[in-house]
Design a binder for this molecule. Structure first.
Ligand code: PGA
Length: 245
């Protein structure tokens, strides 16, 4: 049983429409009655199209809303299809995920991620900064080297890190059902904490109600970034409940 303050972040990715917001009712009422609610922070990161209606729906709750990415430009500009941090904040986002491996794979490099983090911090958003190695890098035993580089370049020239959460997401564990071995995960989280002067470190990658008993035993993890299982409110609630019993 843990009595630690933990983050539970739902990353809906490109899933969900207005109807999906009905499922928030369950999470909201669970949260209201949850005895350990003071220990948890729930953050929903839906697609941009749902940020506004979701924020309205969650207005009276303590559940917060975040975005899944942002453009690095601080002001308006000719960037077709893009949205910047101020625009996200304007519709109710308090957090933004930056550096997710799905966006790194689509071409985002560490320098761009650094610019995005800086502009989002300036806009007053809190950051969920994702890092993680690929399977190939893991096999070559390069995990620490890759993470160190992602941290060094991603957080370059950012002095005040109090509004940054780090999400360690091994690329090979995202959506695959695989999670790292417990001792490996403990050591990697420990490494990230040492490299970042003790930032909060969340774990992401196939977190589900079945493996949460293993994950929760890794005592240095400060929360979870949940993809697939966060779309089903029952599973997401189950993950939270099981973390605390
Ligand atoms: P998953 O995704 O839980 O579906 O593996 C996690 C993530 O990509 O943030």
């Amino acid at each position: 049983m843990t009595n630690k303050y933990m983050y539970f972040i739902a990353n809906w990715k490109m899933f969900g429409n207005l109807n999906s917001l009905n499922s928030l009712h369950n999470v909201n009422s669970f949260f209201k009655n949850f005895k350990k609610k003071k220990l948890i922070k729930i953050i929903y990161c839906p697609p941009n199209t749902l940020i506004r209606p979701m924020s309205k729906k969650l207005k009276t709750s303590h559940i917060e809303v975040g975005a899944q990415n942002c453009h690095e430009n601080e002001s308006f500009g000719p960037f077709t299809g893009s949205v910047n941090s101020l625009m996200l904040k304007n519709v109710g986002a308090k957090f933004v995920i930056i550096g997710h491996s799905e966006n790194r794979q689509a071409g985002e490099n560490n320098q761009l991620i650094n610019l995005k983090i800086k502009s989002a911090l300036k806009a007053g958003l809190k950051i969920i900064f994702c890092i993680g190695e690929t399977l190939k890098e893991k096999r070559k035993k390069q995990t620490k080297k890759i993470l160190a580089k992602q941290i060094l370049l991603g957080l370059n020239k950012i002095k005040d890190k109090k509004n940054i959460l780090i999400a360690y997401e091994p690329v090979w564990s995202i959506g695959t059902g695989m999670i790292p071995k417990s001792n490996e995960l403990f050591n990697t989280v420990d490494f990230i904490k040492k490299k970042t002067n003790n930032q909060k470190v969340l774990y992401g990658g196939s977190v589900n109600p079945k493996n949460i008993h293993l994950l929760k035993s890794i005592v240095n993890i400060d929360g979870y970034l949940v993809g697939g299982s966060s779309q089903d409110p029952k599973k997401f609630i189950d993950i939270i409940k099981k973390t605390y019993n």
